[in-house]
Design a protein around this ligand. Structure first.
Ligand SMILES: NC(=O)c1ccc[n+]([C@@H]2O[C@H](COP(=O)([O-])OP(=O)(O)OC[C@H]3O[C@@H](n4cnc5c(N)ncnc54)[C@H](O)[C@@H]3O)[C@@H](O)[C@H]2O)c1
Length: 357
């Protein structure tokens, strides 16, 4: 670190890094953004000029080895995460990797081991844990308020289909893309994305469920619908938690600009249940004795605090914050998604092996 400031580099100067992370990092008084890397020189140049960053690398490894960084944000296509995170950790850098963490659970376990050995902080770019309601839901479940967990149901309907078609300009009016839209291959080419709705959206939903409940899945049965796309558009997944509780996760990326998104989660226990509506910013607690507790709603700005992720990671590096999107939970999400794809391909449930001691 230079003084109290964490020196941060960013790999992948595409849509999400330029729409959210770079602006948030540059506004953070505890950060100096020292360098950018992207294998596409044009995208690199565009972002570097827009944000006024002089040090630019088309080879991420050269940036990792440059001595300019304490930590790196990795915001590249899903299939590239494993090799980039591994190389960054091996240069003793702290890592914030975008979601989904990696495509295979074995890769995730390996990276957890390297981070532990090198004492590096690793955070994955899931956002919902940074909402007040996810933290409250977690506290209520962990304190036993709703009793023993019996059942969790999740619905996540969102607007992603055009990305799966490679038609990225269709969402221009929604996101405005201040610097650049996603590359058309990033979400449409399964070799880069590892899949569609499960990798891109179910990962967000289930990572929050695993974090809120503190549990992992042991068995998964998934059905997936592509409707002529190269990747899955809609997923229906049933699963079992490690305490025997059951869960369902339903997700479609077929919504159109202007339609209301629906992202609703219900956690049922032996003493009551929680209803969490992410878009409406509502959390309701319903106890078995008939009482209902109201929790103050989230403001619109609080429902998706994208900029909180880099701020949270920087605080963890500075020793003054808790990691709310830890890589251990992200690996449980990778296990779940990997099992869901395998189950959908073979048409039968897939068991997830317990973690080795
Ligand atoms: N947390 C969120 O809400 C959220 C939202 C959007 C995207 N994301 C995630 O952010 C990541 C990036 O998505 P995006 O939409 O910004 O994609 P993008 O296509 O806009 O950007 C990816 C960039 O990575 C570069 N790149 C590709 N391979 C590389 C490599 N090996 N080394 C260095 N650079 C490389 C590409 O040239 C491109 O500029 C993905 O993991 C995505 O799921 C997260």
């Amino acid at each position: 670190m230079s003084g109290d400031r964490v020196r941060v580099g960013v790999v992948g100067t595409g849509w999400w890094a330029t729409q959210v992370h770079l602006a948030a990092l540059l506004a953070n008084p505890n950060v100096t953004v020292t360098a950018l890397a992207d294998t596409d020189p044009q995208r690199l140049e565009r972002a570097a000029v827009h944000f006024g960053i002089n040090e630019r690398f088309v080879d991420p490894d050269a940036m990792f080895a440059s001595g300019l960084l304490d930590g790196v944000v990795i915001a590249t296509p899903h299939a590239t995460h494993y090799a980039l995170v591994k190389a960054a950790l091996e240069h003793d850098l702290h890592v914030l990797c975008e979601k989904p963490f990696v495509l295979e659970a074995s890769q995730g376990h390996e990276l957890l081991g390297i981070a532990r050995e090198r004492r590096r902080h690793m955070l994955v770019g899931f956002t919902y844990q940074y909402t007040r309601h996810a933290r409250l839901a977690r506290q209520m479940i962990h304190s036993g308020k709703i009793g023993e967990l019996l059942f969790v149901s999740g619905l996540f309907a969102s607007m992603v289909e055009a990305y799966y078609r490679g038609n990225v300009s269709e969402y221009e009016s929604v996101f405005n893309f201040p610097v650049v839209a996603p590359d058309r291959q990033t979400y449409s080419d399964p070799r880069l994305s590892g899949g569609g709705q499960a990798q891109t959206q179910v990962s967000h939903a289930m990572n929050m469920v695993f974090w809120v409940t503190g549990r992992r899945a042991t068995e998964v049965h998934g059905w997936m619908l592509n409707r002529g796309l190269p990747v899955d558009l809609a997923d229906a997944i049933a699963y079992r938690f490690d305490n025997g509780a059951l869960g369902t996760m339903a997700s479609t990326g077929s919504l159109r600009p202007g339609q209301p998104q629906q992202q609703e989660f219900r956690y049922y226990g032996t003493r009551g249940f929680l209803l969490q509506e992410l878009i409406q910013g509502k959390l309701t607690v319903c106890m078995n004795d008939g009482t209902t507790e109201s929790v103050p709603d989230l403001t619109a700005a609080e429902t998706y605090p994208g900029e909180a992720v880099t701020a949270g990671w920087v605080d963890v590096i500075r020793g003054c914050g808790e990691n709310l999107s830890d890589a251990e939970t992200a690996v449980r999400t990778v296990e779940f998604i990997e099992a869901a794809y395998r189950s959908a391909a073979r048409g039968s449930p897939v068991r997830i092996a317990p973690p080795s001691a």
